[in-house]
Design a protein. Structure first.
Length: 300
C-alpha cells in the first residue's frame, strides 16, 4: 500500500482535521448575489437536496432573506437512500411544519408530484391574504431552483420540461449562469448555479458531501472520500456493498476491504500489488451510480 498502512487506516475525519473542508469559489459568491437580486422575479422557491444527506446537502441559511416567499425542499435521489431512514425524515419534517417532497428526479411521476405540491403551497400562501381564494389549477407559477452542486437540479428541470432544457454536468460547479426554462403554459423555472454554504462547520458533513460528489474530487481526494465511505458501509453492514464486491462475510476493517476489492475487481499493478488509486475511484464511481445499494448518511 502506498505511504504507510497506518496512515491509510487512520480515520478520515481525524486525518483531515488540519485541512478543513470548504469550497466556495468566487463564481459561487457571484451566483449568490444574483440569486438574491432575482428573488423578486419568482413567487416560489424550490431547493433541491440529496436524500442521502438531507440536512448536510442543504443551504437554506444562505437564502434566509427570502422572507415570507413560499419555499419547498425537494429531497432528490430518494431511490438511493435507505427507505426506513426516508420515512423517519418524512415524519420529522412534517413535525417541523416544513414544505417538502421526497422524489427521484429521473421519475416523471416525481416531477408531476412537485408541480402539484408547488401549486398547493402557493395557493395556501395566497390564502393568508385572501381567505376566499379558490384553487386555480391553471395558475401561472414562476419557480427558482436552488441547490448544492450535483443534487440533481438540471435533471429535475429536464424532467419537468420533458426535454434537455439544461445540461446536467458530471463535475460539481459547472453551471455558471442563471437560465429561464419554460414548462408548458403554466410554469417558468429559473435555474441557478449550484452554491455551497460559505462554510461547512462539520468535517463529517464535508465528507458526506464529497462522497455524493457535491464537492469535487480535487478538494477532497478520492482516497479520503473512498476510505470514509467504505468505513461507513462496513459499519452499516451494507448488503449492496457486500454483493457488489462479492464479500463472503463483512470485512473487519478498511484494509481488508480495500485488498479484497482490489483483487476481486482486478485493480492490480506489477507484481500483483493492489493499485489503491484504482480501488478508490472504482468505489466512488460505483457508489455515485447507485451500485452499492441504498445508503443514508444521517438520520433526524
Amino acid at each position: 500500500m502506498p505511504k504507510s498502512r497506518k496512515k491509510k487506516d487512520q480515520d478520515a475525519i481525524e486525518y483531515l482535521e488540519q485541512n478543513h473542508i470548504n469550497w466556495f469559489p468566487g463564481h459561487m459568491n457571484k451566483a449568490l448575489k444574483e440569486i438574491k437580486k432575482n428573488l423578486k422575479m419568482v413567487n416560489i422557491i424550490i431547493e433541491v437536496r440529496d436524500a442521502r444527506a438531507p440536512m448536510a446537502s442543504g443551504n437554506k441559511g444562505s437564502y434566509s432573506h427570502t422572507g415570507d416567499k413560499p419555499y419547498i425542499i425537494v429531497f432528490n435521489k430518494t431511490n438511493l437512500a435507505e427507505p426506513e431512514t426516508v420515512k423517519k425524515w418524512e415524519k420529522w419534517l412534517t413535525e417541523q411544519n416544513e414544505s417538502f417532497i421526497f422524489l427521484n428526479a429521473l421519475d416523471k411521476a416525481g416531477a408531476k408530484k412537485l408541480v402539484d405540491k408547488a401549486k398547493k403551497v402557493l395557493h395556501d400562501h395566497r390564502l393568508k391574504s385572501n381567505a376566499n381564494l379558490e384553487l386555480n389549477k391553471n395558475q401561472k407559477i414562476k419557480m427558482m431552483i436552488l441547490g448544492l452542486p450535483n443534487t440533481g437540479k438540471s435533471t429535475l428541470i429536464n424532467k419537468l420540461a420533458n426535454r434537455s432544457a439544461t445540461k446536467a454536468a458530471a463535475t460539481p460547479g459547472q453551471t455558471r449562469n442563471q437560465i429561464w426554462v419554460k414548462v408548458g403554459q403554466e410554469i417558468e423555472l429559473l435555474d441557478t448555479p449550484g452554491v455551497m454554504p460559505p462554510r461547512i462547520p462539520d468535517q463529517t458533513h464535508g465528507l458526506w458531501l464529497a462522497a455524493i460528489h457535491a464537492i469535487p474530487d480535487h478538494i477532497v481526494s478520492p482516497e479520503d472520500s473512498a476510505c470514509f465511505l467504505i468505513r461507513h458501509l462496513i459499519k452499516k453492514q451494507s448488503i449492496g456493498f457486500k454483493e457488489q464486491y462479492k464479500f463472503d462475510t463483512s470485512p473487519k476493517d478498511l484494509i481488508e476491504a480495500l485488498d479484497h476489492i482490489g483483487k476481486v475487481r482486478g485493480c492490480l499493478q506489477k507484481g500483483g500489488l493492489i493499485n489503491y488509486d484504482q480501488v478508490y475511484n472504482l468505489v466512488l464511481n460505483d457508489f455515485r451510480k447507485g451500485h452499492l445499494g441504498p445508503t443514508s448518511f444521517e438520520s433526524p
